[in-house]
Ligand binder design. Structure first.
Ligand code: 5AD
Ligand code: SF4
Length: 424
């Protein structure tokens, strides 16, 4: 989401204010820090980074702080770091071309409706493009600061999305990544009158666009994965067969304390239903360990789900108390050492599972969208991602970007897969 916001900030500044990008902060007229506040560590780094940029910047250059930390600290950023010229919240990024002209501007209005706003064209030579379908989040997961920083959920009207995706297809984009905090809650609220719709319907409409070959999305919420959605996911040939299904915890008790709205049984039932429909589906997840109410046996429930699902990708974190969340008030009785031990246990078992899974890929055939080629003489290869989101190398081939090719896996080098071309 933040990467996409950065794309939009750059596009607006490039088109409306004639800025160009530089790799050298000493040369920059404007330095933007786009910030995350989901966990505490990146937030702590912000002020030291502002200090470094303030020292190296050329006289007169401006510094702006954007994104979620901007939303939640607002004015305080300028009080603490007077070298900052403006603060622009995650919900307000379309105002970038205004705030650069307003000294000490603080734009963090959470009710601001950015959903009907069309950003300037993101310069993209890629075959893949990101498309925001909703902004904000209506859930109240007790550990999460996002509803506080990005505000209430609003869906972008379908006609705008279809128009944008059609333009992208005409510009050579083959793969769309639909973005939202809770994508499969799409259609619940619009800022303008809109026909009744939902995420499944949106997938159908976007996949009818000629030239769009693949559609991915992130993140769906397990609670809203109804059968109709799973069936569309399974049978729509343009919808890639990889999916992020954030678990957060395997313990029903902790899930309740997190206010996630589902149980371990529901989560596993969705996985089993999905795997019955799409046996080779790639599944990634997010897991938080050491949530304040997580006992040893709750953690073992998470290990049990890991064992049963055998995820293809795992993003795992130690719980980090955040301001403006309900969980910040819970007494935290889990020591730092215990939290780290839980994270290591989870990650090391996941690595073992991955090694076992990678070995089983040998001999399988995948359809790969070519995204890149590498020339590191004497080795050259093309590479791209399978439908199931695995990075696959094709040695000794220079293939055109955007080509869809069949590749049979021949090698597994510590989890990195390579294979031979079956057709072009
Ligand atoms: N502490 C640790 N991890 C968190 N996440 C969200 N809030 C917190 C927090 N307070 C994780 C969740 C979410 C991912 C983007 O970040 O797993 O899915
Ligand atoms: Fe945060 Fe929960 Fe919303 Fe995801 S669904 S952004 S974890 S509140």
């Amino acid at each position: 989401m933040n990467n996409r916001d950065s794309d939009h900030l750059i596009a607006e500044l490039r088109e409306k204010e004639s800025y160009t990008l530089t790799d050298d902060p000493k040369e920059a007229d404007l330095i933007l820090l786009n910030t995350c506040s989901v966990r505490e560590k990146p937030e702590r780094k912000l002020f030291s980074e502002i200090g470094q940029f303030a020292q190296m910047k050329k006289p007169g250059a401006k510094i702006g702080v954007c994104g979620c930390t901007a939303s939640h600290l607002g004015e305080q950023i300028i009080q603490k770091a007077p070298s900052v010229d403006f603060v622009l919240g995650a919900r307000n990024i379309s105002k970038i071309t205004q705030v650069i002209h307003q000294p000490k501007a603080v734009e963090v209005d959470l009710d601001y409706d950015d959903s009907a706003y069309v950003f300037s064209k993101v310069q993209n030579t890629d075959v893949k493009a990101l498309l925001n379908i909703s902004i904000g989040c209506d859930k109240q997961c007790t550990y999460c600061i996002v509803p506080h920083t990005r505000g209430k959920e609003i869906s972008i009207p379908t006609p705008m999305l279809l128009q944008e995706a059609t333009k992208m297809a005409q510009n050579g984009i083959k793969e769309l990544l639909l973005l939202g905090q809770n994508v499969n809650h799409y259609g619940t609220r619009f800022s303008i009158p809109h026909k009744p719709t939902n995420f499944t319907q949106l997938l159908r409409e976007l996949s009818a666009i000629e030239g769009i070959e693949r559609i991915r999305f992130t993140s769906p919420h397990p609670l809203h994965m109804d059968d109709e959605f799973l069936e569309e996911f399974a049978q729509n040939p343009k919808v890639c067969k990889s999916i992020h299904i954030p678990l957060q915890s395997g313990s029903t008790k902790v899930l309740r304390d997190m206010k996630r709205g589902y149980t371990q049984e529901w989560y596993l039932d969705r996985i089993h239903k999905l795997r019955a429909l799409v046996p080779n589906v790639g599944i990634s997840t997010d897991i938080i360990v050491a949530f304040p109410t997580e006992s040893d046996s709750d953690f073992l429930e998470t290990m049990k789900v890991l064992e049963e699902v055998r995820f293809d990708t795992l993003y795992s974190f130690i719980y980090s108390p955040r301001p403006h969340t309900q969980a910040q008030h819970l007494p935290n009785t889990i020591s730092r050492e215990e939290a780290s031990a839980r994270l290591s246990a989870l990650q090391s078992r996941h690595r073992e599972i991955l090694a076992e899974k990678a070995q089983k890929e040998i001999g399988k055939t995948h359809r790969v969208l070519i995204e890149n080629y590498q020339d590191r003489a004497p080795e050259i290869w093309s590479e791209g991602r399978s439908d199931t989101n695995r990075l696959i190398k094709i040695p000794n081939q220079i293939l055109p970007m955007g080509a869809l090719v069949d590749v049979q896996i021949t090698h597994n080098d510590g989890g990195s897969l390579s294979g031979k071309l079956l057709n072009a």
